[in-house]
Design a protein around this ligand. Structure first.
Ligand SMILES: Cc1cc2nc3c(=O)[nH]c(=O)nc-3n(C[C@H](O)[C@H](O)[C@H](O)COP(=O)(O)OP(=O)(O)OC[C@H]3O[C@@H](n4cnc5c(N)ncnc54)[C@H](O)[C@@H]3O)c2cc1C
Length: 277
């Protein structure tokens, strides 16, 4: 299939993008890496009147290295993270996750902002960035707002994006020296979308203990105080302290009804802990 005919614009700054998004007489679609939108256009699942290409907006490729966090533009690609063009502040967590996304051609073009906005439950960034406690900043007609990555995803293929809004940046907290992290993606072949993800970050200096069950049917299940699963913040991390029963109960309470699905997700988190960095 081929896409429907559409107009095309490639503005040079965020305010010009926002001006184009204001138009409510036409269906306007942003394109970043095109790795998810491209197939959707080809299958005519999306039939826009205007496609606005974000690749000409330098601000969306920017990196702002602050005291406690690094703020990256929405159009930073998976390969930018993999190749350390974005300074790593996560003890290699993000570059490791990037390397496991699809294959190199996809990683060269696919962007962090596009992945978060496409909101595929099986995608990698939404799970790892939720575990790290990252935030997204959106800009739109009524100014800008910032929210946790896990709240940006409302459900499968649905982001919390109002008419005229776009995602401009992602703020990633800097992990402190004693922080530990783990990420386990259960999939049939390396680089495929996951059918279960376990991720966690423990950072005693910042009193952070977060665990994520990702690749659910909808948004990831985020445990913001995961001491019951990961053990005391001041003790050495050990997979023998992992409470599988508590993990199972948590995800059942969060709505995962299928026992086999729960088992796979609990095992994914256990493996993330066993392979902790
Ligand atoms: C073969 C293949 C395998 C893949 N495997 C994996 C995998 O294992 N793990 C994984 O996580 N992903 C995987 N992906 C998805 C890939 O990571 C995409 O890069 C990602 O889903 C979308 O990013 P993009 O930049 O290409 O976005 P696009 O396709 O350009 O856009 C996606 C959506 O986001 C919107 N959008 C984009 N940028 C913005 C913005 N700044 N503000 C508001 N809206 C915006 C678009 O309008 C569109 O609705 C795979 C893709 C392919 C083709």
């Amino acid at each position: 299939m081929k896409p429907v005919n559409f107009d095309y614009a490639r503005p040079g700054d965020v305010s010009a993008v926002l001006d184009l998004l204001k138009d409510d007489t036409r269906l306007v679609k942003l394109i970043a890496g095109g790795q998810s939108l491209g197939p959707m256009l080809n299958m005519r699942l999306v039939q826009p009147d205007l496609v606005v290409d974000l690749t000409g907006v330098a601000e969306l490729k920017g990196v702002d290295d602050r005291k406690d966090e690094i703020v990256v533009g929405a159009c930073i690609t998976h390969a930018d993270i993999e190749d350390y063009r974005v300074p790593d502040v996560t003890h290699d967590a993000l570059p490791t996750v990037a390397r496991g996304i699809a294959y190199r051609a996809v990683r060269n073009r696919g962007t962090m902002g596009g992945s978060l906005t496409h909101a595929d439950p099986s995608a990698d960034w939404v799970s790892m960035l939720s575990a790290i406690g990252a935030k997204v900043t959106l800009r739109g007609p009524s100014g800008s707002r910032t929210l946790p990555v896990e709240d940006y995803m409302i459900g499968a293929l649905e982001a919390d994006l109002a008419h005229g809004e776009m995602l401009v940046s992602i703020s990633i907290p800097k992990l402190s020296a004693r922080a530990r992290w783990g990420y386990y993606k259960s999939c049939r072949k390396t680089g495929e979308f996951a059918h279960a993800i376990g991720a966690f970050v423990i950072d005693p200096e910042r009193q952070v203990s977060r665990a994520v069950f990702g690749a659910t049917e909808s948004r990831p299940i985020v445990v913001t105080d995961a001491r019951q699963l990961l053990g005391d913040l001041n003790k050495e991390l050990s997979s023998s302290a992992f409470d599988a029963k508590a993990a199972d109960a948590m995800i059942e309470a969060a709505g995962m009804v299928d026992a086999i699905d729960r088992k796979i997700h609990v095992v994914a988190l256990r493996r993330a802990i066993e392979q902790a960095h």
